[in-house]
Design a protein around this ligand. Structure first.
Ligand SMILES: C[S@@+](CC[C@H](N)C(=O)[O-])C[C@H]1O[C@@H](n2cnc3c(N)ncnc32)[C@H](O)[C@@H]1O
Ligand SMILES: Nc1nc2[nH]cc(C(=O)O)c2c(=O)[nH]1
Ligand code: SF4
Ligand SMILES: [Mg+2]
Length: 242
């Protein structure tokens, strides 16, 4: 028996972020994080406010719930959190999904290593800029990217950095230059992940997207880079479970 702390399972929806943006996917969100980012849009996974929703589930039970929600209409599952890399025992779930021809994507911040990283089809590493108030352990990040060179050949790894301000942009540049061979994404930061005034939020996020694009356009060192919105927030605002 090996249970996984699950905060929520939802979908089908689209992946709103990063290298497979737009991809139809189900989500499994695990509980617990070793960080506490100032602007975390999923703080309910670690700040105690979602405690009553955490369910300890076996891999088989997660798979059953995914099928109950998504029927046969999905072939991608994205695991996020919290930090799913806190969970040594995710191996069983990854195996079970892949045995059923499901591609597995996973989001983590690059603070912890797990051997099952090597088997994730689309792994997003998202180191945190200064506005988060977290400090990046670059020794750990270097070692994670080094070990990932031994991943299975069809599997993809990318970096995604959320940018709120000029300091974050400088940080993102430093990370870009440190890992020149890793596909690199910038993502617009959502500075109000509580509001339910969608129109006002979306207007502001569009302006921030334009600001970020213009920063990249003007930069001569950031060349092989993609600048993305957090697409789901432009459609559903801060709604949970989409
Ligand atoms: C909620 S986190 C969970 C996975 C993992 N803990 C991580 O941070 O990569 C998923 C993604 O959402 C991003 N994110 C969190 N809060 C955000 C916000 N307010 N605006 C934009 N992106 C945000 C994170 O940077 C991360 O890339
Ligand atoms: N649609 C959608 N796309 C996402 N991409 C990453 C998410 C996350 O919270 O990790 C997320 C999310 O919560 N919803
Ligand atoms: S690392 Fe991810 S889940 Fe953890 S606090 Fe930061 S954004 Fe939230
Ligand atoms: Mg999210």
């Amino acid at each position: 028996m090996s249970r996984i702390p699950v905060m929520e399972i939802f979908g089908p929806t689209i992946q709103g972020e990063g290298m497979v943006i737009g991809q139809k996917t189900m989500f499994v969100r695990t509980a617990g994080c070793d960080y506490s980012c100032a602007w975390c849009d999923s703080a309910f996974t670690w700040d105690g406010t979602g405690k009553q929703d955490i369910i300890q589930m076996e891999a088989e039970e997660i798979w059953e719930e995914l099928k109950r929600l998504g029927g046969s209409g999905f072939s991608f599952v994205t695991i996020s959190g919290g930090n799913p890399a806190l969970l040594k025992n995710l191996s069983g779930l990854i195996d079970l999904l892949q045995k059923n021809n499901i591609k597995v994507c996973l989001e983590t911040q690059g603070s912890k290593w797990q051997d099952w990283f090597l088997r994730i089809n689309e792994l997003t590493i998202s180191p945190k800029p200064p506005s988060s108030k977290m400090k990046t352990d670059f020794v750990m990040l270097d070692s994670i990217l080094e070990k990932l060179k031994n991943r299975e050949p069809d599997n993809s790894v990318s970096m995604k950095i959320v940018v709120f301000d000029d300091d974050d942009f400088q940080y993102a540049k430093k990370v870009y230059l440190r890992y020149p061979n890793t596909p690199f994404f910038l993502q617009v930061g959502n500075d109000d992940s509580k509001t339910n005034n969608d129109q006002e939020l979306i207007g502001r996020l569009l302006n921030k997207y334009e600001w970020l694009i213009e920063k990249v356009m003007a930069d001569n060192e950031l060349t092989n880079i993609k600048v993305l919105p957090q697409l789901h927030t432009y459609i559903w605002g801060n709604k949970r479970g989409v």
